[in-house]
Design a protein around this ligand. Structure first.
Ligand code: MG
Ligand code: ZN
Length: 471
């Protein structure tokens, strides 16, 4: 027996388990798991003609609120392997798989000289939906010529809506940064890096400042994530020169929760008292751990994923952050809101060839989607969009096989081996993004605009229509 046969060691494996397989949690006509898949029709997911359900889901018009949920690096392969592991091959995610209308979109980016780049990064892709403008990898809501493009969050704010930005990454990371800042390189988190790498944006050169400084200026009502470390840097110029960014945030009226308890204690978020929750120095610790993918790892005994002991109980989970953001943004005056939520580390665990890490982050995103959908179904004037920014490396390969790349062999909750391969970098290297189209799913007014083949930039226009945003 090797070290990976955790299932037979007598330890209780609780990670990634679910209380019960949810049958038909999605569309009303769905059957889902629970049938005998060897019987004729036993694997089908529909109970009959689905036309009425699809017709009923098509609503034009406008929304009070839009919640955009992003799984960074969550391609079809990442969704499928996480579903296989947690809910079984015939199962469904109660959140991610419950949106009634689905399509695919293209994600390519551009080079600075306007040539096609088939494999984008999170900066270009986030900028695409945030601004409606395709740009180059590394760009944060500036076009290929470096010109700032207005973002959904900025336009929503301009229309008097309330705004939120939630992530499991550093809040300066590309996906959250694209809604609140405009800069030539995604790494320009704070004044130090900005002076060196993005001098055009540095405050001392008359620019708008680093990503963090621009975030403080953009001033969403709610910002929740990691990335506290950068706030120890000091402004190099301007009104807050020589003050740390955290001191600046405090003196500008931000409420600054740092853990689940202090987040729960916050009752309101507004322009006079916005919420800036920083729950880790860097990215938030992930939900699950498991065996690393290795050369030949697919031939090992199938292993189980486990809870990450290093994720503190005091750390809010993505669903906690999402629920809190919604409750803070949903004010009684019905101003409406725009909220972006990111499950960031599906991508980061895929880069690390860590299948259990990736699956756990997908499950966390699913719980956030469930929270958003529960609100939308009650509210009835909310659009939900669930998608990803770019595809990624992991592939489901023949059980127990190896590939020229790295493989890992898992034992799913339904008791079958699931072998996952990573083949875009050698052992020890960072696995790469890939260029295939992505799933985009939606619920509520304007949801029909994700159906068929669209481009990532269409999200900007769909959300703009739903919220009546004007450039
Ligand atoms: Mg991201
Ligand atoms: Zn990535």
């Amino acid at each position: 027996m090797n070290s990976h046969t955790r299932r037979t060691t007598g330890r209780t494996v609780v990670a990634l388990s679910v209380a019960a397989v949810v049958v038909g949690a999605g569309t009303a006509g769905a059957i889902g798991a629970g049938q005998d898949p060897s019987a004729h029709g036993g694997a089908k997911r529909l109970s009959g003609d689905n036309s009425k359900i699809v017709k009923a889901a098509i609503k034009g018009g406008t929304s009070d609120n839009v919640i955009l949920l992003i799984g960074d690096g969550m391609g079809d392969s990442e969704i499928t392997s996480a579903r296989d592991y947690v809910h079984g091959a015939g199962g469904r995610f109660p959140g991610i798989d419950a949106l009634p209308l689905t399509g695919q979109y293209t994600t390519y980016s551009l080079t600075k000289d306007a040539k096609t780049d088939y494999v984008p990064d999170s900066a270009a892709t986030g900028s695409a939906w945030a601004t409606g403008t395709k740009t180059y990898d590394n760009a944060v809501s500036v076009d290929i010529r470096g010109k700032a493009q207005k973002t959904l969050l900025e336009l929503a704010k301009k229309r008097g809506l309330r705004t939120g930005n939630v992530t499991t990454a550093e809040i300066q990371d590309a996906t959250p940064a694209v809604q609140v800042s405009h800069i030539s390189a995604r790494s320009c988190y704070g004044p130090v890096k900005t002076s060196a790498t993005c001098p055009e944006a540095a405050l001392e050169n008359g620019g708008p400042g680093s990503i963090t400084e621009q975030l403080l200026n953009t001033r969403p009502d709610v910002t929740l994530g990691g990335g506290a470390a950068t706030f120890a840097e000091k402004a190099a110029a301007g009104k807050y020169k020589d003050k740390t960014l955290l001191e600046q945030a405090a003196s500008r009226g931000y409420q600054l929760p740092t853990d689940l308890a202090s987040l729960k204690a916050i009752k309101t978020a507004s322009q006079s008292k916005p919420v800036l929750g920083l729950f880790a120095p860097g990215n938030l610790p992930v939900r699950s751990t498991g065996p690393a993918a290795t050369p030949g790892g697919g031939k090992l005994e199938p292993a189980r994923c486990e809870d990450n002991a290093k994720r503190p109980a005091t750390q809010p989970k993505l669903a906690d952050l999402t629920t809190k953001a919604i409750s803070l943004l949903d004010d009684k005056n019905k101003k409406g809101f725009f909220l972006q939520v990111e499950g960031a580390s599906i991508d980061k665990q895929d880069h690390a060839a860590d299948a259990c890490g990736q699956i756990g982050e997908t499950l966390d995103l699913d719980e956030a989607v469930q929270a958003a959908l529960a609100f939308a179904k009650k509210d009835k004037h909310t659009t939900i969009i669930v998608t990803a920014d770019h595809a990624h490396t992991s592939q489901i390969v023949e059980a127990g096989s190896t590939t020229p790349g790295l493989t890992t062999n898992l034992l799913t909750n339904e008791g079958s081996p699931l072998t996952i391969s990573y083949g875009t970098a050698a052992a020890g290297g960072s696995q790469q993004h890939t260029g295939s189209q992505l799933r985009v799913a939606a619920y509520g007014p304007q949801a029909a605009n994700v159906v068929g083949l669209t481009d990532q930039t269409d999200i900007f226009f769909t959300i703009s229509r739903a919220l009546k945003l004007k450039k």
